[in-house]
Design a protein around this ligand. Structure first.
Ligand code: NAP
Length: 313
């Protein structure tokens, strides 16, 4: 007897980690529903997933921050397939800039997508999983959910919230052994999220080294589904950052600003604006960020800073 195909839903499926995860689930012959706001790149992802072997692919343009629309979408999937086995919340947005320079609406917008979007998906899928006694719910958090980074306040707050939401859901679903909630916590991943970000920092953001591929982050999601656990960490420097933040807060605070300024910001200037926080910028959605080597960019930024310092003397 052959196993039934998995019924999976991926939010943020048109770009980066979500798109790479959709490819892997498709390769396993899943029935897939792909969710994001912009239609074009979602349709492209659907074509890729059909080619990779998905049993079926359905595309839905839904804003995860809109609880009613998301609930209706999930109900539609459940009535088509009778269940949802796997739900991956990968929709997410970023804003850069000093806290006081980020407009309140943008701050709230990041929390709406990242935090309320995660809660909305949990509220929509977990009751069905509990009823059947089976299911995997995966939240994409971040190493940033356990540390602090300057110039990213709404994102940092949102990732701490996602980590705590995951822990709450794990506690509340202990009675249902077949229902698993995992928080996947990547460090830097080479996706377009840095180019998509709202920006009030003056410089384009970039992933600081060490950077992993979205395919590697997607494999961590699959690992979470296959061998459930509370957290799956992705990134060679994550542990070091968490230990530094927790055990050596003064050293961490002294270093994180200068390190972020050379490794997490591009030399290219950015005009102020809300990026994709309120609306999809679909043309930028793709699997990889394509911003070039983070090591080379960091070395260049260090060089530029050194030249500035020498000229001042
Ligand atoms: N890249 C990294 O370095 C990194 C590191 C740690 C954690 N993460 C986390 O990983 C997750 C995925 O990030 P990524 O890097 O893959 O980003 P990405 O490439 O920018 O993809 C984000 C996806 O979310 C969708 N999206 C954004 N807002 C949405 C909304 N309101 N409703 C529905 N879909 C929405 C986007 O499509 P539309 O805009 O068309 O809706 C896109 O499909 C995020 O939670 C991010 O915080 C990323």
């Amino acid at each position: 007897m052959t196993a039934e195909p998995v019924v999976g839903v991926v939010t943020g499926a048109s770009s980066g980690i979500g798109r790479a995860t959709a490819h892997l689930l498709a390769g396993r012959g899943a029935h897939l529903t792909l969710i994001a706001r912009g239609r074009g790149p979602l349709e492209e992802t659907a074509i890729e997933c059909r080619a990779a072997g998905a049993a079926s692919v359905h595309v839905m343009t839904v804003d995860v921050g809109d609880s009613e629309a998301l609930e209706a979408a999930i109900r539609e999937i459940q009535s088509t397939h009778g269940r949802i086995d796997v739900a991956v919340q990968s929709a997410g947005v970023v804003a850069y800039g000093p806290f006081v320079d980020i407009p309140a609406a943008v701050f709230d917008g990041v929390l709406r997508v990242n935090v309320l979007g995660s809660a909305n998906l949990a509220r929509s899928v977990l009751p069905g999983m509990r009823e059947r006694g089976r299911g995997s719910f995966v939240l994409i958090g971040s190493v940033i959910g356990a540390i602090a980074v300057p110039q990213m306040s709404p994102y940092v707050v949102s990732k701490w919230a996602i980590r705590s939401l995951a822990r709450e859901l794990q506690l509340e679903n202990r009675d249902c052994r077949g229902v698993n909630v995992t928080c996947v916590t990547p460090g830097s991943v080479d996706t377009p999220i840095y180019l998509q970000a709202a920006n009030y920092d003056g410089h384009v953001g970039r992933p600081p080294p060490p950077v992993v591929s979205p395919e590697r982050a997607a494999r961590a999601v699959i690992k979470a589904i296959d061998r459930p656990r509370r957290t799956v960490d992705v990134g060679a420097a994550n542990k070091l950052m968490r230990v530094g933040f927790t055990l050596l807060p003064r050293v961490f605070d002294a270093l994180v600003g200068p390190l972020f300024s050379v490794s997490g910001r591009d030399q290219a200037r950015a005009a102020p604006g809300p990026g994709n926080v309120f609306e999809s910028q679909a043309a930028l959605n793709r699997v990889h960020g394509e911003q070039g080597s983070s090591v080379v960019a960091t070395a260049r930024a260090v060089g530029t800073k050194a030249v500035h310092l020498l000229r001042r003397d």
